[in-house]
Design a protein around this ligand. Structure first.
Ligand SMILES: [Zn+2]
Length: 233
């Protein structure tokens, strides 16, 4: 019976230590830190994407500019031919005019495309600047949060070490086989020990049959059939 009391006292301090450990893991600062890190990675990815889009636009603009130069040279040639060797028949005039018209239309299309690329590039530059700014701000925030978290976990870690030491003192008073049982149950459910309250397991509030009750009262090691906790009087 005394052994169960020692275990009960140890459990109280052990649970306090576990609560500190889980508070360290669930720290809002740490969660914010992780969110900010994800945001930075996201912005870096976005920045690279914009960079490669811009490079593709520059390439496309170069190609179209070359094609435009070619079409303009073609148009000049057509004009020269027209002046040097004017068409003699109405049909020749029509065919030459059609060629000129086609050439002009091609030039117009190329110019439209170049204008579109220029506009898109400008929009891309603007977006890239804002993404870079956002990433830089997030980095500043990240550094601050990291410092805060380190400070916070340092004091929490001290608190945890002190609590673990306190629990350890009580743990040393518990019989090894009972402690082993405690740790085995704890892997499944925590806290692993429950009191018997009004004929019920206080861990899951299940009423216990009288045979079990008398075994508990007799000082036997009994596990609740419902929740698996060790039930002590
Ligand atoms: Zn139970």
């Amino acid at each position: 019976m005394e052994q169960f009391e020692a275990l009960w006292l140890f459990q109280a301090e052990d649970m306090k230590a576990d609560a500190i450990a889980s508070a360290i893991k669930r720290s809002p600062t740490r969660q914010k830190l992780e969110k900010t890190r994800d945001l930075i990675l996201e912005r870096q990815k976005q920045y690279k994407q914009i960079e490669s889009d811009t490079a593709a636009m520059v390439d496309r603009k170069d190609i179209i500019t070359q094609a435009l130069d070619h079409s303009q040279a073609q148009l000049t040639q057509l004009r020269e031919r027209f002046e040097k060797d004017p068409p003699q028949t109405a049909e020749n005039v029509r065919s030459m005019m059609a060629e000129v018209g086609k050439c002009r239309e091609t030039i117009r299309q190329y110019e439209l495309e170049i204008n579109r690329i220029v506009k898109e590039s400008a929009a891309n530059d603007k977006l890239q600047r804002s993404v870079r700014l956002e990433a830089a701000n997030a980095k500043k925030q990240f550094d601050q949060l990291k410092a805060d978290y380190e400070e916070e976990s340092k004091s929490k870690k001290t608190e945890l070490d002190a609590q673990r030491a306190k629990a350890k003192e009580l743990e040393d008073k518990v019989e090894p086989s009972l402690l082993e049982e405690y740790n085995t149950i704890k892997r499944r459910i925590s806290p692993p020990v429950a009191r018997l309250t009004h004929g019920q397991c206080s861990g899951c509030n299940t009423s216990l049959p009288s045979a079990i009750l008398s075994r508990i009262k007799g000082g036997a090691l009994v596990e609740c059939e419902t929740c698996g906790r060790m039930i002590i009087q």
